[in-house]
Design a protein around this ligand. Sequence first.
Ligand code: FCB
Length: 472
Amino acid sequence: MTMTAENDPVPAGLTRPPAASAFPPGFLWGVATSAYQIEGAVGQDGRGASIWDTFSRTPGKVANGHNGDVAADHYARYEQDVALMSELGMGGYRFSVAWPRIQPDGRGRADVRGLDFYSRLVDSLLEKDIRPALTLYHWDLPQALEDEGGWRNRDTAFRFAEYAQLVSEALGDRVKLWGTLNEPWCAAFLGYGNGIHAPGAVDPAGSLIAAHHLLLGHGLAVPALRAAAPDAEVGITLNFYPVDADTESSADLDAAHRIDLLQNRLFLDPVVEGAYPADVREHFERVSGTGHIEPEDEKIIGAPVDFLGVNYYTSYRVAGGGEPSGPSPWPGAEDVRFIERGLPKTGIGWEIDSDGLRRQLVRISQDHPGLTMYITENGAAFDDTVDADGRIDDADRIAYIDGHLRAVHRAIAEGADVRGYFLWSLLDNFEWAEGYGMRFGIVRVDFETQQRTPKQSALWYRNVAVAGGLPD
Ligand code: FCB
């Protein structure tokens, strides 16, 4: 089928959404991806090795031995992918820059070939009236920096600010939405805590140190971005999970408190308040000490931001009093048990709790009044099937997105200042430790032929984006 969103602003049969489910005027409808998950071309145009190249080649780390060498071949096919987004009526595209394409060794002058790729991508987006939303760090650290300690080394924060300056000097004239980090919780605690992500270290204390250095890198990058792109919006993306205690017992309440602290507040509070809360500092004292936190660091981390990027997939119910198990991505909470609630799950096994997104947005807006937010990721993996006629009828994904968009709509009505929604993901892609088995795309990718086929969810989402709200 051909889609002609450009010529046909309101698709046939679609009327304006009822006022009750229309989103505010100007609400940005988009899709999200990240460099290592879609680009491929890992050896091309001087790109250096990243920690994900190394990690995915280490036996046993990624399901089925998959890696990002080819991925969705977006490096070669970006024009086709931009055209597809345009046909889908997208107003925004959140992508990330691969640091090792810009600085193959993580330091020194920028490689123009790397910058040129993103410059061409940005130009082709702007030609189609799609706002580029650029993330500087979506986990692909240059391996050369990891060899010097990676995020456990304070110097990496300064290298990151230098890289931010190089990219923003090249693209700041055209990119008006800048994100520093994507989900530093994952980079720190999956990367250095339980080691299920690159670089695969198992070092609870080191993972807290890495978290601090990631935040410091964010804070150091903000002024660099402001200098190069004075009229841009600058922010950070964090992954939030509302946390409930299983019972009112003090052990369960304490477990919920620690998971919320490590998952949500450790990252958000210093960014927007310029200081770690007292209980976060106490937790640091217990697990890693605070010797790595220098006096000015929190002030640097608290450089004012224009928006918070919110990634949301699920929520947690937890209980305390368990036996400390092995390494945990919540360092210092190894005893906490995660309780299944019997909710329906997505294909990756995450329980579906759309109202958790409403609760999270409302809580952030109450804890930090006036904070502007974008949903920078939300979406679902399902085991898609392709019909005999090639159609991918992913009703489960449509239901997931519909439910979560309704939650965003309710949160806005309850006072949360949410300006846009970037669906994860445009394309099926390399889902980190899960490899290509988990399909999050609204567009199917046949990884043998690289053929793209919009799923029914893509056509549904196009209608939502073009109409500016949900059907009844
Ligand atoms: C998020 C990541 C993104 C993707 C989704 C499913 O944690 O930011 O790259 O893997 O999960």
